[in-house]
Design a protein around this ligand. Structure first.
Ligand code: PAF
Length: 160
């Protein structure tokens, strides 16, 4: 499994992976992988030819008082799990690859983001929609896999 952290090598690796017309499944995560994530990887493996996983602890979806620094980052263990599951490529970008200096564009999915968890965590779902839009643009997967545990998040991503 290749681990890629910069956009240029990501583009090269994806060109190579797509050469034979492979259908690519993406499993976006923030790491600290558990059985739920690995089930998403399994389903992606069943439905796609090649699976790309991403690990990025997205600062834009953490609000005030939510401790970004304390979020677990067991990257070596996560990478070992993904490799054992047959994942082709791990996209583990640096923050600059997602939010380059001067970035000023955010994605808001109106309405559906406002109530429930969105009411208690202002800006959270904008952060989620923004990073997922960026991951879709960077990887251009044929299919993407998200857990159903955070149902509002899933609904927002479907809408986007
Ligand atoms: O559900 C998560 O782990 C995150 O919200 C996601 C979808 C990877 C975006 O950072």
């Amino acid at each position: 499994m290749q681990i890629v952290r910069q956009l240029d090598p990501l583009r090269d690796a994806l060109t190579e992976i797509r050469k034979d017309g492979s259908k690519i499944g993406l499993v976006p995560t923030m790491g600290a992988l558990h059985r739920g994530h690995m089930r998403l990887v399994e389903v992606a493996m069943e439905q796609c030819d090649k699976v790309v996983a991403s690990i990025f602890v997205n600062p834009a979806q953490f609000g005030e008082g939510e401790d970004l620094d304390a979020y677990p980052r067991p990257e070596a263990e996560d990478a070992a799990l993904l490799e054992a599951a047959g994942v082709e490529l791990l996209w583990a970008p640096t923050a600059e690859q997602i939010y380059p200096e001067g970035y000023a564009t955010n994605v808001t999915v109106g309405g559906i983001s406002d109530g429930l968890c969105g009411a208690a965590r202002p800006g959270h779902f904008d952060g989620v929609a923004t990073v997922v839009a960026k991951l879709f643009n960077q990887i251009r997967p044929d299919a993407a896999y998200f857990g159903e545990k955070d149902y509002q998040q899933l609904a927002i991503i479907r809408q986007m």
